[in-house]
Design a protein around this ligand. Structure first.
Ligand code: F6P
Length: 347
């Protein structure tokens, strides 16, 4: 069996451990052959491939990004895209395809399976941790570790200068990175898309701290949070008016607007830091290496068992397979339970 492998969407620490584990397990236990498809769905259309053998996946466990390259190509937005993709698979002699990606990439995989009967297996990746059907995605733990370290560092400079530090983290419409790194780093306020706080709420919490002698604060803001005021006025901040092939807007800049508003309403000295792509680059944490490895091995087993149209997922401590539709139909957002936990430490 010739198994095609591609990575799509934003890169994420842990992609290489998945590729390595899938190939090693598939070669060793099932005698599969592997064809790497470069640059996500784009590479499939262009038949831009490479051989994935033991040598190709050697030495990549700790390496960030993806050895296959990636892109945000949407086959279904390209004239004849899905049919051309199937033609490429046939011409390349690929019998099954493992698509490693977030909701956009897995959405394309699902449609190829549903509509065109492609033998697809999914592996969930994203630093945002917003995919349903898995308790966690790999990449998230690394992003949280980086954001937590940043919050720790911002604490000491905030305290030295009696400043309010606003730190903006990624996550799109899910506040997972903000909530988990905010709890881990002891942020004094966390602002998420799911549980909005007004600018005045945030300022009240900062003033409360000031009143009890804490003359510094760290505010962790998720990039997808809206700016709200008690008057009911609100504002969505975007980095640009660019929209990608899946209709995703380009977020960024909400932290700076929060910082400006906090300064205006409190008169305190406020600075802002946007962590950006630092959260996505570089070596995966041990947790993400192991989760990626477990997903990769599971994907090889799923190919062997012909579990088409499904995705590997983490449930408790078990790696399971779930229908791709579970993963792509609804986003996994921050729950009330997590929010209640976070709020205990506000102010
Ligand atoms: O989905 C992962 C993510 O890093 C988001 O947190 C962020 O909003 C987005 O990708 C950035 O996308 P791009 O790589 O297209 O700038």
């Amino acid at each position: 069996m010739n198994v095609g492998v591609l990575t799509g969407g934003g890169d994420c620490p842990g992609l290489n451990p998945v590729i390595r584990a899938l190939v090693r397990k598939g070669l060793k236990d099932y005698g599969f052959e592997f064809t790497g498809i470069r640059w996500g769905w784009k590479g499939l259309l262009e038949k831009d491939t490479c051989k994935l053998d033991l040598d190709a996946v050697s030495g990549i466990l700790h390496v960030g990004g993806t050895i296959l390259g990636t892109s945000r190509t949407n086959l279904f937005k390209i004239e004849g895209g899905p049919e051309r993709a199937v033609k490429s698979l046939n011409e390349l002699g690929i019998d099954a395809l493992v698509a490693i990606g977030g909701d956009d990439t897995l959405g394309v995989a699902k449609h190829l399976f549903d509509g065109l009967g492609v033998h697809v297996i999914g592996v969930p990746k994203t630093i945002d941790n917003d995919l349903s059907g898995t308790d966690y995605t790999f990449g998230f733990d690394t992003a949280v570790a980086i954001a937590t370290e940043a919050i720790d560092r911002l604490h000491s400079t905030a305290e030295s200068h009696q400043r309010v530090m606003v730190v903006e983290v990624m996550g799109r419409s899910a506040g997972w990175i903000a909530v988990v790194s905010g709890i881990a780093g002891g942020a004094d306020v966390i602002v998420t898309p799911e549980f909005p706080l007004t600018v005045e709420d945030v300022c009240d919490l900062i003033k409360q701290r000031w009143a009890r002698g804490k003359r510094f604060s760290v505010v962790c803001v998720s990039e997808g949070a809206k700016i709200l005021w008690r008057s009911g006025e609100q504002k969505e901040v975007l980095a640009s008016d660019e929209v990608d092939a899946f209709g995703n807007v380009k977020l960024g800049g909400v932290g700076a607007v929060f910082a400006r508003e906090i300064k205006r309403l409190t008169g305190l000295d406020v600075r802002d830091t946007t962590l950006g792509y630092i959260q996505r680059g570089g070596t995966p944490t041990p947790h993400d290496r192991v989760l990626g490895t477990r997903f990769g091995v599971k994907a090889a087993d799923m190919v062997a068992q012909g579990e088409w149209g499904k995705m590997a997922g983490l449930k408790g401590d078990e790696i399971v397979s779930v229908p791709l539709s579970v993963a792509v139909d609804t986003k996994k957002l921050v729950t009330k339970e997590w929010w209640d936990l976070a709020q205990v430490f506000f102010g």
